[in-house]
Design a protein around this ligand. Structure first.
Ligand code: ARG
Length: 476
């Protein structure tokens, strides 16, 4: 075979589809290189968005007179057929055609001829792919936002059912002070609300259309960038063509939001893992969210929570991957950017599944109120309340701290609770103590007194839930 043979011929001879960019090449792409450089195996999941982008581009070219009405119609019908075939799984993807964009374009040209070849006028795969990823990510964010909101609604329901349930609050995983279960769940809610806010913020910067930037410098053809942006539901066009085709910061920002959300889920997962253990027995997870052991018949493992905790690592990895991918890349598009998709897609899938699993699982949590209450009595959780009581009676806080410290030491030695001490014993430590001290030493008294905004008192948690419902409903 002569090395000067046109590629179309040699490709046809080798049974391969013709390369859309083959004009200047004099030999076939090495088979390994072809597979190595292809992205169609993973970017075909953006096919719907690619077709949407092409439809908008064609409509715009028709309006500006680059395409005739007949050509535009043929393109519309051709793309519609292709969309159908892809949806039904009948479309044959070819690695030789490299990516989703060229697979669809080549097929369109096969089907409708000349008009298909004109679709790429005033466009490049560089602005095409930058548009497709944005469209794809935006579509996925709709699902993610829905699942995140479902999770948050679940927290609100769970919290509102248990505003009066008392449990130990922890610092250093040591019993600190009694809190209400509803209050604890509302802490999860606050974490998730900030995640939702971050997601919505990410979407703002995603909301600009790269189409019209072409390869990098824009195009000499008459185009109407506002029209394509509007057809695709973007509220603006990217202001600089070089930046539009080059940057993937929106994907990094999404992965950062996702990492943060997964970090929060992993913390909640860890609590569920602890709380369902025989040592804590704070909550019961329905059997349908747990699995058993093949050897130990008694086991009921919180696998879903553990997997979410584990999958968090994958999302952090994907974020690092993208940051490193972008680092040091000169303007504008470089093939490196083809590597943006797999980590982004993996993050989308992981986050969506984790949110779904959590929304289902957490709303079905059943607290074991007796265990929580009993546990809150351990560890002298009302010691601070006794110190505060002495302060209210006129003792400086440092002295009160020391007096209560002694009381705790006595109780530890004698294996008693603070409220087991008789008034006489208590008065021996400080004569400021009176009968009203017993109200202070109870768990109910302790939580009820913390009745300010953000406090754990049941009435405050109920007020916080009411406000939260309004906040969530208006977070659109
Ligand atoms: N498959 C490519 C990607 O994902 C599309 C853009 C290719 N552009 C190019 N000039 N090679 O980035």
């Amino acid at each position: 075979m002569s090395s000067k043979q046109p590629p179309s011929q040699s490709n046809h001879e080798s049974g391969q589809p013709e390369k859309l960019w083959g004009g200047r090449f004099s030999e076939d792409t090495d088979t390994f290189v072809e597979a190595f450089t292809a992205s169609v195996t993973f970017d075909q999941r953006m096919a719907k968005q690619d077709i949407r982008g092409s439809l908008a581009h064609a409509a715009m070219l028709e309006k500006t007179g680059v395409l005739t009405a007949d050509e535009a119609l043929a393109i519309r019908q051709g793309l519609e057929n292709i969309r159908q075939e892809i949806a039904e799984g009948r479309f044959e993807w070819s690695v030789a055609l490299e990516d989703v964009h060229m697979n669809i374009e080549a097929r369109l040209t096969d089907d409708i001829g000349l008009a298909g070849k004109k679709l790429h006028t005033g466009r490049s795969r560089n602005d095409q792919v930058a548009t497709d990823i944005r469209l794809y990510l935006r579509d996925c964010c709709t699902d993610i936002e829905r699942e995140l909101k479902r999770l948050l609604e679940g927290y609100l329901e769970l919290a509102s059912r248990h505003t009066d349930v008392i449990m130990p609050g922890f610092t250093h995983l040591q019993t600190a002070q009694p809190v209400t279960f509803g209050h604890h769940i509302m802490a999860w809610f606050e974490m998730g609300m900030r995640d939702l806010d971050r997601l919505q913020d990410t979407l703002k910067r995603l909301d600009a259309c790269p189409l019209g930037s072409a390869a990098l410098a824009g195009t000499g053809f008459p185009i109407d960038r506002e029209m394509t942006a509007e057809l695709l539901g973007f509220s603006s066009v990217c202001a600089n063509s070089l930046d539009a085709v080059a940057d993937r910061d929106f994907a990094i920002e999404f992965c950062s939001f996702a990492s943060m959300t997964m970090m929060h889920l992993s913390r909640i997962a860890e609590e569920l893992i602890l709380w369902t253990s025989a040592q804590f027995r704070f909550v019961e997870l329905p059997d349908r969210y747990c699995t058993g052991s093949s050897i130990m018949p008694q086991k009921k493992n919180p696998d879903v929570a553990e997997l979410v905790r584990g999958k968090t690592g994958r999302c952090y990895g994907n974020l690092m991957n993208l940051l490193t991918l972008m680092k040091g890349q000169p303007l504008t598009y470089n093939k490196d950017n083809q590597e943006d998709k797999e980590p982004l897609f993996d993050t989308i899938d992981t986050l969506l599944q984790s949110l779904r699993a959590f929304a289902d699982m957490t709303s079905a949590l059943v607290p074991n109120t007796d265990s929580m209450y009993a546990s809150a009595r351990e560890g002298f959780s009302t010691a601070t309340d006794l110190a505060d009581y002495l302060v209210e009676k006129g003792m400086p806080f440092r002295d009160a701290h020391a007096v209560v410290g002694k009381a705790v030491a006595i109780c530890t030695e004698q294996e008693r609770y603070l409220d087991d001490l008789s008034l006489e014993e208590l008065r021996a430590m400080s004569d400021l103590i009176d009968n009203d001290v017993y109200h202070v030493l109870t768990l109910e008294g302790s939580v009820a007194r913390r009745n300010h905004i953000g406090g754990t008192a049941p009435e405050c948690v109920r007020a916080a839930i009411d406000k939260a419902r309004v906040r969530l409903a208006s977070a659109t």
